[in-house]
Write a protein that binds this ligand. Structure first.
Ligand code: NDP
Length: 287
């Protein structure tokens, strides 16, 4: 295996990846729109390409770590990418990843889509994993190189899949961060140090998997039996969170969005079903 690749995009994530590859003994050619962001990496042994075209020409394997897929077009439009394997590790929608695969295929390049599931400082560390999708044979050819930045989890040939799993995880992550801030605001607005909430929040997140079995079983069955934590009871609580927020002078948009799911299920006569029946509201099914 030739230990060499090109990496374009030197934000915090791209910088962390290049660092990992240099540590692992790779020859890494780098390019970034703002050239100065490569300086530290060049000092550590990375090879600076003067242009994006030079960077792409330098290696068959080209990793992109950019803000979104629009940046890929800005950089690669007009660059000869024929014969290249482009591993795009940038966030975007699944449909945009599929479009990018077609755009690259027209130019003779293969796309592997990736979604990095850890913050930059954990790239290449034990908890790091990356969702991938695209042609299996192309992924297999480069999997050992990709392993350097984190455990490579191949999700399927359809290009949108890695992005889909990435966005599903980000859905949970971003919402969890936002509710952490929201719950802290409720406590702090009452003059209590939100730090006190920390261990309780940790317990909530730790016990969350307890709800997965019921969730996935009910989704698979298309039925939501259960009268312990039913929609009526949970919906009343959801309204109380909205009330508590309003009383505290805290923005109530987040709990109101959750309460709205319950309201709509109750209005459709689903109040006595398990809270998992919210799934039909979320899926926008006829209730
Ligand atoms: P940044 O947005 O900080 O950096 C993005 C890079 O994209 C920079 O090198 C920037 O160049 C370049 N770029 C953006 N737009 C253009 C453009 N139009 N033309 C040319 N270059 C462009 O992102 P990160 O490094 O933090 O993240 C990269 C990707 O990884 C993102 O998609 C992000 O969602 C994902 N990710 C990031 C994590 C993190 O912890 N940072 C965690 C998990 C995933 P320039 O320097 O010139 O501005």
């Amino acid at each position: 295996m030739t230990k060499q690749l090109t990496l374009i995009g030197l934000g915090p994530m791209g910088q962390a990846m290049v660092g990992r590859y240099l540590d692992a003994g790779y020859r890494v050619t780098v390019w970034n729109r703002t050239a100065s962001r490569a300086d530290g990496l060049v000092a550590r042994g990375a090879v600076r390409a003067e242009t994006a075209a030079d960077a792409v020409a330098a290696n068959k394997l080209v990793l992109l770590s950019l803000t979104d897929y629009k940046a890929m077009y800005d950089i690669l439009d007009g660059v000869d990418v024929a014969g290249r394997v482009i591993v795009n590790l940038s966030s975007d929608t699944p449909a945009d990843s599929v479009k990018a695969a077609a755009w690259l295929a027209e130019r003779g390049a293969e796309l592997v889509v990736g979604g990095v599931m850890v913050p930059a400082q954990l790239v290449g560390e034990e908890p790091a994993y990356v969702f991938y999708s695209g042609p299996r044979a192309v992924f297999d050819e480069h999997v050992e190189t990709l392993r350097v930045i984190g455990r490579p989890d191949y999700m399927g040939a359809e290009h949108g899949l890695a992005q889909l799993f990435y966005q599903a995880q980000l859905d949970v992550f971003l919402t969890s961060l936002a509710v952490t801030l929201h719950a802290s605001a409720l406590i702090e607005a009452a003059g209590v140090d939100p730090k006190v909430l920390g261990p309780y929040l940790a317990e909530t997140f730790t016990t969350m998997p307890m709800y997965f079995e019921e969730t996935f079983e009910h989704i698979a069955r298309g039925e939501h039996p259960g009268d312990e934590a039913n929609i009526l009871m949970m919906g009343a609580t959801a309204e109380h969170v909205v009330g508590a927020s309003e009383q505290a002078g805290v923005d109530a948009a987040l709990p109101a969005a959750v309460a709205s799911l319950y309201e709509r299920a109750i209005a459709a006569g689903r109040g006595r079903e398990s809270w998992t029946a919210l799934y039909d509201v979320i899926r926008q099914r006829t209730l």
